[in-house]
Design a protein around this ligand. Structure first.
Ligand code: SF4
Length: 370
């Protein structure tokens, strides 16, 4: 499921691919680096800003590439520290990108550390029972250029809020590939985008500050283990036994825990990194103390970090978040065994920050208005 735009996005080009296209035009090899500097370091938002390029070259670029394939529809700011950008792609598809600010003492919110959550697909085919993105199924995969464009849009926005001390750097500190879609189901585009984000001629962003999250596609986890770039890995576990996991994550039928756990182990042994197990706590679904004990055993076995996330209500779905007492009791079982655990105080609850909700709501509003 791919969309072929009238012009490919410049954000999908590598230094090598752009050099080759320019060479065919008779341009010297260094031009490609100049153009990518304008895009990623100087954040040019029009071809005319690229003043060290000749007018005929700028005309050719304009005719050949889309400088920015994602347009900001709106930015919804939460009362806490989360911003959600709704972006429209060239075929009218909507995707979500979230900026999560981590307040730091003595530092204003604009200068605080920022984690960016990006999408890799429009919708999602994995049909996790608790998730807004899976509700309408998969529309299509994003291209590498559309994935990179989300990060540039964040840079535009953050640069406007506070000028960068080091203009050559990205305007954020961490990337989590946890937005709409299953990243490993769109493997080549996702890894292609992250290679551009990581490259010195791109955003120059360290692989170790990038976390890929998967619902548990075992063959792709094993493939990722062989990649030279050392990304971090997070697993959306959400059930600590097959019985519970299968109820809310259909992927567990193809890749039950007996296959998933060894694949996670292979990844963490290859990269020497602690994997994170994501666990959304849903009342009466997976918040029992038996689930906590089973999760504790898996985490100890894998030397994994556990991130407990109280469920964010999704319109149209029946699930609820457990009480604070219940959440703490669950976490205490892990803490007592010295498992590294975080119980997240959810950010962005008031702006539909759970994956896919803002897009779904906007699509429904658009359909009602049509
Ligand atoms: S939780 Fe992730 S993998 Fe599951 S349906 Fe939602 S977007 Fe897809």
């Amino acid at each position: 499921m791919k969309f072929t735009p009238a012009k490919p996005p410049l954000t999908g080009e590598t230094l090598a691919s752009l050099t080759e296209k320019l060479r065919a035009l008779g341009e010297p090899a260094f031009r490609a680096k100049q153009i990518l500097d304008w895009l990623y370091k100087k954040r040019a938002r029009s071809w005319d800003e690229m003043t060290n390029l000749s007018k005929p070259l700028r005309t050719w670029l304009d005719a050949t590439f889309d400088l920015m394939p994602a347009t900001l529809v709106f930015n919804k700011q939460s009362h806490d520290v989360t911003d959600k950008l709704l972006l429209e792609l060239r075929d009218g598809s909507l995707i979500e990108t979230v900026i999560i600010r981590v307040p730091q003492e003595g530092v204003g919110l604009d200068e605080s550390r920022k984690t960016i959550c990006i999408s890799t697909q429009v919708g999602c085919a994995m049909a996790c029972a608790f998730c807004a993105s899976g509700l309408a199924g998969l529309k299509r995969d994003l291209s590498a250029g559309e994935i990179v464009a989300q990060l540039l849009q964040v840079c535009y926005r953050e640069d406007e809020r506070s000028p960068r001390a080091r203009p050559e750097l990205a305007s954020f500190d961490n990337i989590v590939v946890m937005g709409m879609g299953e990243p490993l189901a769109n493997y080549d585009a996702t890894l292609g985008a992250l290679a551009i984000v990581n490259a010195e001629w791109g955003l120059g962003f360290g692989a170790r500050r990038i976390t890929l999250s998967t619902s548990g596609l075992v063959p792709k986890i094993l493939r990722l283990a062989e990649e030279p770039l050392g990304f971090r890995l997070a697993i959306s576990l959400h059930g600590a036994t097959d019985e519970v996991r299968e109820k809310i994550m259909p992927v567990n039928k193809a890749f039950p825990l007996a296959k998933l756990i060894p694949a996670i182990r292979t990844f963490s042994e290859k990269h020497g990194r602690m994997v994170t197990l994501e666990f959304i706590l849903i009342e009466d679904i997976n918040d029992s103390l038996d689930q906590a004990r089973a999760l504790r055993d898996i985490a100890l076995d894998l030397h994994a970090h556990v991130n407990l996330i109280p469920y964010n209500t999704v319109e149209g779905l029946p699930w609820k978040r457990p009480s604070l007492t219940r959440q703490e009791k669950f976490a205490d079982i892990l803490r007592a065994a010295r498992v590294s655990v975080t119980l997240r105080r959810e950010k962005g609850h008031d702006i539909d920050a759970a994956c896919g909700q803002l897009r779904l709501k906007t699509e429904r509003d658009r359909a009602d208005a049509a």
